[in-house]
Design a protein around this ligand. Structure first.
Ligand SMILES: [Zn+2]
Ligand SMILES: [Zn+2]
Length: 205
């Protein structure tokens, strides 16, 4: 089921969810079809307080009561009502093991960086402050010059941001609100970097 939302289930050293799409039904339906269990998550991360990212969070809290929700500070009371242990994110730094937050950028949105054997994987939400900005912040926090993969919503960026992004990452997977113009541009100009993602795509790293 495809809605105007964004959610990534990460399974590695830790099992957690980054953003939770528009509503519980989408998450429940897609989890069933993909045969993934949304129970037993160690924690949840929210990029920013827009409905297409937090809509399914009450369902995640219902299945995983009391887990930490790392999120920009503004929605803490709501997160608590849903049943999370809300952890407001201000500065960039380590969240768990090999997982870092960029910190809340422009007082609004965070990205995360995950260290893998292939390199740093950066997951962004909508990139309202600019996808290149989110990536630069994350690289700086983790201490990398370049990412292995950047995946998420790029918010219909102007071309200069994509050019900059291409210098900062080996692979690029535009999704959600990236827009057809950005996708087509990346596919044409940076063919060797382009990774196609759709609802239900599984990426092994
Ligand atoms: Zn969005
Ligand atoms: Zn947004």
């Amino acid at each position: 089921m495809n809605e105007w939302g964004w959610s990534v289930l990460v399974e590695g050293d830790a099992r957690f969810i980054f953003d939770a799409d528009t509503n519980p039904l989408v998450l429940a339906h897609n989890a069933k079809i993909l045969n993934v269990n949304l129970r037993g998550l160690e924690f949840a991360v929210l990029s920013h307080w827009h409905y297409d990212h937090y809509g399914g969070l009450p369902y995640i809290a219902e299945l995983n009561p009391g887990i930490n929700l790392y999120a920009p500070p503004e929605g803490m009371p709501m997160a608590m009502r849903w049943g999370f242990n809300p952890v407001p994110v201000f500065k960039g730094g380590l969240l768990r093991n090999n997982i870092y937050t960029s910190g809340t950028v422009d007082g609004f949105e965070q990205a995360i960086g995950i260290e893998t054997n292939s390199g740093l994987v950066i997951i962004v939400g909508c990139s309202h402050p600019g996808v290149d900005v989110m990536v630069e912040k994350t690289l700086e926090v983790v201490g990398y010059k370049k990412a292995y993969l950047v995946i998420g919503g790029f918010h219909s960026p102007p071309i200069f941001r994509l050019e900059k992004l291409a210098k900062l990452s080996e692979l690029i997977a535009p999704a959600h609100c990236s827009g057809d113009v950005a996708k087509t541009f990346l596919k044409r100009k940076f063919k060797e970097k382009y990774v196609e993602v759709k609802t239900g795509t599984i990426i092994k790293i």
